[in-house]
Design a protein around this ligand. Structure first.
Ligand code: B12
Ligand code: SF4
Length: 460
């Protein structure tokens, strides 16, 4: 069978390879199917250009990757592809948590829920006819976003328990050096950048996040498997930076220590960072020093809130004292530290936002990100909004403004405090100098785009 997998185009300042579609491509190829990945975001393609490329490949089925933020683009693209009578299926986080709405609004043939490897292979091998494949639904199979037509809760696709059985992502199709600009977080030390995940899932239950509802627990790849992939990326694609995108690379200290030790022992010399952020729980001096020795130059912490009651409200399972201790460890080990805060969480007030700003300014953080709460489909906050107010969440704003209010503040209040936070944090000579020092000239355009998106030039 011939399958096209599409990463849609949308307005963003972040551009990195999508690991999910590369895994799907590699998995389908393992079973003898032909796959073409079209990254319309990287290539800035219009829907018509996507269609032209797809038509040339003459696929039997077309899959679209979908996050909530570009759901509107997915609607338009699917309608165009369906007008040409292609079999279209949509996968990723958004359809997983909003399957019925996705099918209804797009007119796609199927949504594929959860991890896509197994259900997509089954659907492909069945000539794109769904004979009760777990996690695959058409509009006729569903009653709403949570239940199927028989009243049963919708099921996610079958998973591959042993992650080592999934072949390495299909980097050949979208090599790291074809993503020269606007990487994750704008500031990176070296190019090209390789992206790796060592695990899938997260055992925590933060109420603003959907990860724990997408994955059932955590699975780790073997250390050998991860190390081989890193070596492959360096040898084959000459990557100069490595970004781990796990939900939490340091979840299991012994595992993180082993990855670092193997990088040291095998003389793998590369700058790297767990760019999605780590939790503070497992970071101590021993691990921080080992990470630094293995090449880690930056640690990003999901702090979210400073106020004890808010941390409890969001079920973060961490105290601000523990977070501060972890930042101190990273700082002592000589790594750049970033802290990310969310404004507008349940229980937020002007005082608690002020508390967070003061914490950030007085901490050892080198950089900080302040984001408005965006309620993500699949998160516990979204479920609560649905239950209490009947609101069906479509989250597609950019974290500079809240999309749904879950505290007693207005959107304007939250936006204002975000601007204030950025001003107070960054307009200090030492911090400003340190940030500018790390931005390569070619990234200035994107850096400016970020500042504008977050309204940093609007004065408090
Ligand atoms: C790495 C990451 C990033 C990176 C890389 C993004 C990229 N290019 O992929 C960066 C930092 C750039 C990023 C940015 C954003 N991200 Co992000 N990100 C993640 C993270 C931590 C891991 C994603 C990943 O690669 N997982 C590993 C791969 C293997 O899994 P996967 O992508 O989900 O793919 C599997 C399935 O989803 C499915 N699947 C996926 N696509 C398709 C397509 C088809 C046809 C099929 C059948 C199946 C299928 O099969 C895949 C293999 O099993 C997730 C959280 C998480 N744990 O998933 C958040 C997450 C996906 N991001 C999220 C968000 C909100 C964003 C932003 C919108 C933030 C912003 N406002 O700027 C942007 C969007 C930018 C973009 N270009 O997509 C949310 C999405 C929520 C939602 N409902 O859509 C998540 C879930 C985090 C969360 N808070 O809950 N992100
Ligand atoms: S925010 Fe991080 S720690 Fe919390 S549930 Fe999501 S991935 Fe896990």
């Amino acid at each position: 069978m011939k399958v096209v997998l599409i990463v849609p185009n949308f307005d963003t300042y972040v551009l990195t390879p999508q690991l999910g579609v590369m895994y799907l491509s590699a998995y389908l190829k393992k079973y003898g199917h032909e796959v073409k990945i079209i990254d319309a975001l990287r290539d800035n393609l219009s829907d018509e250009q996507i269609l032209q490329i797809a038509e040339k490949f003459n696929p039997d089925g077309i899959g679209i990757h979908c996050l909530s933020i570009f759901f509107n683009e997915v609607i338009k693209l699917t309608k165009l592809l369906k007008s040409k009578n292609y079999k279209v299926f949509i996968g990723g986080v958004h359809p997983t948590f909003a399957p019925y709405t996705t099918l209804k609004k797009t007119g796609a043939d199927y949504v594929i829920l959860g991890e896509g490897e197994v259900p997509l292979l089954k659907l492909t091998e069945n000539n794109f006819v769904n004979n009760n494949i777990q996690g695959v639904y058409s509009i006729n199979d569903l009653k709403d976003n949570e239940t199927d037509i028989t009243g049963q809760a919708v099921k996610l696709g079958e998973i591959i328990k042993n992650l080592d059985e999934i072949p390495p992502p299909d980097w050949e199709q979208i090599p790291p050096n074809s993503y020269p600009q606007a990487p994750h977080a704008v500031i990176a030390k070296g190019y090209p950048i390789g992206i790796v995940t060592t695990s899938r899932g997260c055992p925590f239950r933060c109420s603003f996040c959907s990860s724990h509802n997408f994955y059932d627990g955590v699975r780790f790849r073997s250390v050998d498997n991860v190390i081989n992939e890193i070596k492959y990326l360096i040898e084959k694609f000459n990557i100069k930076e490595l970004q781990f995108i796990d939900d939490n690379l340091t979840l299991k200290k012994s595992y993180a220590m082993e990855i670092c030790q193997r990088m040291i022992d095998e003389n793998i010399k590369i700058d790297w960072t767990p760019i999605n952020g780590i939790r503070a729980d497992s970071l101590d001096d021993e691990l921080a020093i080992k990470m630094k020795e293995a090449g880690c130059y930056l640690l990003d912490f999901g702090i979210e809130a400073v106020n004890t009651q808010i941390l409890k409200n969001i079920k973060k399972g961490e105290t601000i004292e523990r977070i501060t201790a972890a930042i101190d460890c990273a700082h002592r080990a000589g790594m750049i530290t970033i802290g990310n805060f969310i404004f507008g969480l349940p229980g937020e007030t002007k005082e608690t936002m002020e508390e967070a700003i003061n914490y950030a300014v007085n901490s050892k953080l080198d950089r900080a990100g302040f984001f408005a709460l965006n309620v993500l489909p699949g998160s516990d906050i979204a479920k609560q909004l649905k239950k209490e107010k009947g609101i069906e969440i479509i989250s597609n704003s950019l974290f500079s403004t809240p999309d749904y209010l879950v505290c007693d503040l207005t959107a304007k209040d939250i936006e204002k405090y975000i601007q204030k936070a950025y001003w107070k944090f960054y307009f200090r000579p030492k911090i400003l100098f340190n940030v500018l020092k790390y931005i390569p000239v070619r990234q200035y355009k994107y850096f400016l785009k970020v500042l504008i998106k977050y309204n940093i030039f609007k004065f408090w």
